[in-house]
Write a protein that binds this ligand. Structure first.
Ligand code: ARG
Length: 402
């Protein structure tokens, strides 16, 4: 089953599924746009940590790799153990398709309730393996609905397995009973890149992950080291392989203004619903195949436990200079509350026992904090030099004199 969820917290919500019409021609435009970005990257030095750039939210333009090309892996990370990230799942094509779980893996996800995995909408939106083009739209879609969207019969999740081609792990493959895409998903901009799978049987042996709550803002402020995990590409060379073992990389959160810098993503980046993490120098990043997986707090950074900050969404290439990873922003509203609402709707639609909203986000609840670009003026006895540096301090003085 698949449904487009009305996202209550998100006024821009507009049922992304209708946008499918903007398919192939748009892709060409996108390639051009990304090509231009890549050119800009070649000529630009890494962006410095000070950004006086336009972050206007009003411009809407193609952003990433919406849908279809959903294959990426962690670059510049190192192997880790699934037991350290028990909420991490691998989305794998159903076993009626060829290959082992490693070969059939295409995206990541996180267990947020015993029955629900959160992932990226673009992993589900037009990835039906029965409808690989041509023909598009789908000719025959055995067990499915004839659309390009992934059907519950097309996908399983693998939980608790460090090496996908191996067996075992705390849980084996789990069958899927429902596929859901957030109603705000816009494939033409990759905004609202959020989707869910419901599990036919609850997973209780594996710890879940909660969204980071309002008491832990420091855990994901700009510069904070967060961690991304996944089975995606570990290098970007043509024909590079996905990783058979779960990879982990530590990536600092990038200030919204830095991500919106014209040399980075400019107006493609929409800070209300996206958050960037990585390095302007490049080298360490998530990549194809990691999509849908967790961007999570550093160990010990959030009080209590590791918390979910974002969902792997897109990037221009992987680990390239000035092109950090872009993640769906779950760490605050509107999407923090949207996830709670979506979980509620899914539980009702699927008739599974409600986990309760306290089971989806940390104890203090969702953060509404709006981050602004204003410089903070520290109030302290300031030397002449310090006053000269701080514009806001100077202004105040001037006003007083007048
Ligand atoms: N879209 C990719 C996927 O489907 C994820 C890309 C992440 N890219 C990045 N540079 N961080 O797997």
């Amino acid at each position: 089953m698949r449904e487009s969820l009305e996202d209550r917290g998100f006024p821009e919500a507009d049922g992304g599924r209708e946008r499918r019409a903007s398919g192939p021609p748009f892709r060409q435009a996108l390639v051009l746009v990304l090509g231009a970005l890549a050119l800009a990257a070649v000529t630009a030095a890494p962006v410095a940590a000070d950004y006086g750039v336009d972050t206007s939210d009003s411009v809407t333009r193609p952003a990433g790799q919406p849908g279809g090309e959903a294959r990426t892996r962690v670059i510049g990370g190192s192997g880790t153990n699934a037991s350290a990230f028990p909420w991490q799942v691998a989305l794998v094509l159903d076993s009626r398709f060829a290959g082992n779980d490693y070969e059939r893996q295409f995206c990541g996800g996180s267990l947020i309730t015993p029955y629900i995995v959160v992932t990226a909408a673009h992993c589900l939106f037009d990835t039906d393996p029965d409808c690989a083009d041509p023909p598009r739209p789908c000719g025959s879609d055995p067990g499915g609905d004839g659309s390009l969207a992934l059907d519950d019969t097309d996908v399983d999740v693998v939980v608790g397995r460090t090496t996908l081609s191996g067996t075992g792990g705390a849980e084996e493959s789990v069958y899927i009973s429902g596929v859901y895409i957030n109603g705000a998903y816009d494939p033409s901009t990759a905004r609202g890149d959020l989707g869910y799978l419901t599990l036919a049987n609850p997973i209780t042996a594996q710890a879940r992950i909660d969204i980071v709550d309002r008491n832990n803002l420091r855990a994901w402020r700009a510069g904070a080291p967060t961690r991304v995990t996944g089975y995606g590409l570990t290098e970007t060379a043509v024909g590079a392989n996905k990783s058979d073992t779960l990879q982990l990389a530590t990536v600092p959160i990038i200030a919204d203004a830095g991500c919106a810098n014209p040399f980075v993503y400019g107006s493609f980046f929409f800070r209300r619903v996206q958050i960037c993490a990585g390095f302007f120098e490049g080298g360490i990043d998530s990549c194809q195949g990691d999509s849908g997986g967790p961007l999570q707090t550093a160990a010990g950074a959030a009080s209590g436990a590791t918390r979910l900050v974002g969902v792997v969404s897109f990037g221009s290439g992987c680990a390239e200079q000035n092109k950090p990873g872009v993640y769906t922003r779950l760490a605050q509203n509107p999407f923090c509350e949207a996830v709670i609402a979506n979980v509620d709707q899914i539980e009702q639609a699927e008739g599974v026992p409600p986990a309760g909203q306290e089971a989806v986000v940390g104890p203090a609840g969702c953060s509404d904090k709006q981050f602004t670009l204003k410089k903070r003026c520290k109030k302290k006895k300031s030397s002449a030099a310090a006053v000269r540096k701080k514009r806001c301090g100077r202004k105040k003085k001037g006003r007083k004199r007048r």
